[in-house]
Design a protein around this ligand. Structure first.
Ligand code: NDP
Length: 433
């Protein structure tokens, strides 16, 4: 995306939908063609595409598609699309990104993008001999994998490494021994599930020959430990001051909250849910497989043997608050629904990402922003104040309010001692009477 004229986007949340589209156009965030597309609800999935995506399709399930601003990631500006049903997530992302932008923005780093495939072998007669045999034939295993999917090799990717793991029998749980062969595969711009699965199916008979065992299954692992993305932010305390709390107090309380989430799985799950609010919303908007990202992230959170916080917060050398987040992020820039869903294609244009690696950098930064916003609120005023303000809108609609009545119900709900559905219904009834 070319530099964004943020001044054109001020008070964006207060604008009508058509004013929002116009200001995105004026700010240089979207093209004229995309402004027309948005005005005509062009992000909707056409029935004929939906019907070819899944089996037994009978409808389409829509979600709000919003945009968060102020993201400065590795020196580049992004307006970040988020597909999400939960109020306050987009606002929190924008709010956090604004503070982090003033602090210099996000810095990211990536490992190589390698996906892992598994062949699980059972009933291997001599495990040591089998391991030795595989290790002596790794080049042949790799070349058979590559022969199974020649097009990815032509593009410059392919199988790179073979690893063997022995899962010992567990007499308590009564599970047998498994010899598991992993391939590390460069799938380039694709998430690669189909590439990996094809390769694993391609090498399984050869592995059976080498080991004398039987292949139980051949499949991608969604625990993508060879495809990690890290984001970091460094925020001076002058930007952390909030209400009656000094910047130093907010910093220290956030670090303590991080320790709490590190130590306690009950807290860690909620802490990580907040991170995934941002991650999932962008993954979904980009047309990627959010179940794959969710499953991998939670496994990574438990890599020490205990489920822990995915992010870390500490004090930097100059007293600043330093936040880091590392996630397995095997997202694709091609494949799956990315090329066929109009909203995923629009996301690509809006973000202007040029590679899956760049998309990883954006997503991990959004996760860290979301975590910052939630933790800052939790250790200061609590999240209900901001959250319920936005929740009021959903309550008003659930109560049956329409058109101008929505704002009237929202305004009265915000003043009510109990903001809940019953109150919303009462308010609406009074208005109608
Ligand atoms: P696809 O098979 O849809 O697409 C990947 C293909 O895109 C490649 O095989 C390649 O085909 C083509 N391609 C074009 N340009 C490039 C490029 N620059 N780099 C790499 N590939 C390129 O997608 P994936 O294999 O990525 O699989 C993702 C889908 O699989 C998702 O929909 C996911 O939900 C689903 N899935 C997930 C599973 C899991 O997570 N456990 C299991 C099974 C499926 P070519 O070279 O031949 O042109």
């Amino acid at each position: 995306m070319s530099p964004v004229d943020l001044s054109k986007l001020s008070k964006f949340y207060k604008k009508t939908k058509s004013e929002k589209i116009d200001s995105l156009l004026q700010a240089g965030v979207i093209s004229k063609e995309d402004a027309t597309l948005l005005s005509e609800n062009g992000l909707e999935l056409p029935d004929e595409i939906a019907g070819n995506m899944i089996e037994n399709q009978i409808g389409r399930y829509s979600l709000p598609y919003g945009v968060a601003f102020h993201f400065l990631i590795d020196g580049k500006d992004y307006a970040v699309p988020m597909a999400m049903e939960e109020p306050s997530v987009v606002a929190a992302a924008s709010f956090a990104a604004k503070i982090i932008r003033e602090a210099g923005g996000f810095r990211t780093s990536l490992t190589d993008r390698r996906m892992i495939g598994q062949v699980a072998l059972k009933s291997v007669p001599d495990v040591q001999k089998a391991i030795q045999n595989i290790e002596q034939h790794t080049e042949e295993v790799l070349s058979r994998a590559n022969e199974a999917h020649p097009s990815i090799v032509k593009r410059g990717g392919g199988a790179r490494e073979v690893h063997v793991r022995l899962l010992e029998a567990d007499t308590i749980e009564d599970t047998p021994e498994f010899l598991v062969v992993h391939l590390h595969i460069e799938t380039l711009e694709a998430m690669g599930a189909n590439i990996v699965n094809t390769m694993m199916e391609g090498i399984a008979p050869y592995l059976e020959e080498l080991t004398g065992g039987t292949a139980l299954m051949r499949i991608l692992s969604n625990y993508a430990t060879e495809c990690l993305a890290t984001a970091e932010c460094r925020i001076p305390t002058r930007l952390l001051k909030h209400g009656s709390f000094t910047g130093e107090e907010v910093r220290d309380r956030m670090i303590e909250a991080g320790h709490f989430a590190w130590a306690d799985p009950y807290r860690a799950v909620t802490h990580n849910k907040g991170i995934m609010n941002g991650v999932d919303a962008v993954v979904l908007a980009s047309g990627n497989d959010w179940r794959a990202i969710e499953a991998g992230a939670h496994a990574y959170a438990a890599k020490s043997g205990q489920y822990r916080a995915l992010s870390r917060w500490k004090k930097g050398e100059n007293g600043e608050l330093v936040g880091t987040l590392t996630l397995p992020l095997p997202v694709g820039a091609v494949g799956g629904s990315i090329g066929i869903h109009p909203a995923a294609q629009f996301t690509k244009r809006l973000l202007g990402y040029e590679s899956a690696a760049e998309l990883e950098r954006i997503i991990v930064s959004v996760g860290l922003a979301q975590n910052f916003a939630a933790m800052r609120a939790l250790v200061t005023e609590g999240i209900q104040k901001g959250h319920m303000g936005l929740q009021a809108r959903s309550l008003a609609i659930s109560a049956g309010a329409k058109g101008a009545d929505i704002d009237k119900v929202v305004n009265q709900l915000k003043e009510a001692p109990n903001m809940n559905l019953a109150t919303a219904k009462d308010i609406l009834e009074n208005l109608e009477n």
